[in-house]
Design a protein around this ligand. Structure first.
Ligand SMILES: CC(C)(COP(=O)(O)OP(=O)(O)OC[C@H]1O[C@@H](n2cnc3c(N)ncnc32)[C@H](O)[C@@H]1OP(=O)(O)O)[C@@H](O)C(=O)NCCC(=O)NCCS
Length: 293
């Protein structure tokens, strides 16, 4: 860990400005979050404090002369735990909050936008007890190519100087189209954002004329978008392909081929543990990684 990292600050408190009594606003949040106010806080004090028993930032309420003039640029999104979203919204209203926008969706998703007694915005999301689609979808995940995302997939571009190392997504999808059993194209999403494309191959013989050539599985294409590289997405895609190969159980190796050159993927693959087999596939280096390495 770098020295700079140790010097970075932690978040000690999240501070609310109050024109009314900080104790009253503190009490609202204390009851809503089920966390006590500090023992020595009393009505009329210039400050009130709620500590986080788990060691997270404290909530500090301080009296200021100026009023609130516009929507806050930072707010809490609350996720109900032991209650439904409806129950949590009703509870907040009973404590003095008001609803400003109801953005609940018929499928159970969405949220309710509210204001605390001083007008600070907060949202109540779908809770653990609410029915509906999972909102806890894995942020980093592979998705299939669908009519809804194929346009974005085709628009995904690597850095211009990397284009010689990988085919465009459209070409990969065209090559996958007649090979549904051996090509496995997938999109890499981080939350709602499309950050990459990976295409695996399964059970392909590189040299069908050679009876000793075993079927191989591995990475056919890997394109992490310009501006999204060096954030772990490439590693994630390789590991996802490795998991899929393991699941299919036909080989103990992940194979990949790459072209050498400045800006090419060789350091990436070698860094992940791939080793050169000494073979070439056309003008490409062949590399392999043990499934259990
Ligand atoms: C190669 C590529 C897929 C890497 O994706 P990425 O998302 O940037 O890689 P990650 O962030 O997951 O990096 C994983 C590790 O590899 C290292 N790495 C990535 N690219 C590297 C490079 N060019 N040189 C040295 N190390 C590199 C990272 O530093 C990281 O190491 P760490 O975990 O020790 O920090 C991406 O650069 C890309 O799409 N390139 C253009 C297309 C291409 O060449 N595809 C491969 C065709 S075979």
């Amino acid at each position: 860990m770098s020295r700079e990292r140790q010097l970075e600050p932690g978040i000690h408190s999240i501070t609310f400005d109050c024109t009314g009594d900080p104790y009253d606003l503190g009490l609202f949040w204390s009851e809503l979050l089920g966390r006590p106010l500090a023992d020595d806080d009393k009505p009329g004090d210039p400050e009130a404090l709620i500590a986080d028993p788990d060691g997270g930032p404290r909530l500090l309420f301080v009296r200021v002369p100026e009023g609130k003039t516009a929507k806050n640029r930072i707010h809490f999104d609350l996720k109900p735990k032991g209650r439904t979203r409806e129950e949590e919204v009703d509870r907040a209203i009973a404590l003095g909050a008001r609803v400003t926008n109801d953005l609940r969706r018929p499928d159970g998703g969405g949220w309710v936008t509210m204001e605390d007694p001083e007008g600070n915005e907060f949202c109540v999301e779908r809770g653990e007890l609410d029915p509906g689609p999972a909102t806890d979808q894995q942020p980093l995940r592979l998705e299939e190519v669908t009519p809804d995302n194929v346009g974005a997939a085709i628009a995904l571009k690597v850095r211009p100087d990397q284009e010689r190392f990988v085919s465009p997504v459209a070409q990969s999808l065209a090559e996958a189209y007649p090979r549904p059993d051996t090509a496995w194209p997938r999109l890499v999403y981080d939350g709602d954002e499309l950050v990459g494309f990976v295409m695996a191959f399964f059970d392909i013989r590189f040299d069908p004329e050679n009876p000793d050539d075993r079927p191989r599985s591995g990475l056919w294409r890997l394109n992490i978008a310009d501006g999204k590289q060096r954030r772990g997405y490439g590693r994630f895609a390789v590991e996802a392909v490795r998991d899929e190969i393991r699941r299919r159980g036909r080989t103990g190796l992940v194979t990949v081929t790459w072209a050498e050159g400045e800006g090419g993927p060789e350091p990436f693959y070698l860094g992940l543990g791939f080793r050169r087999t000494g073979e070439m596939s056309g003008d490409q280096i062949v590399g392999e990684l043990d499934l259990d390495a």
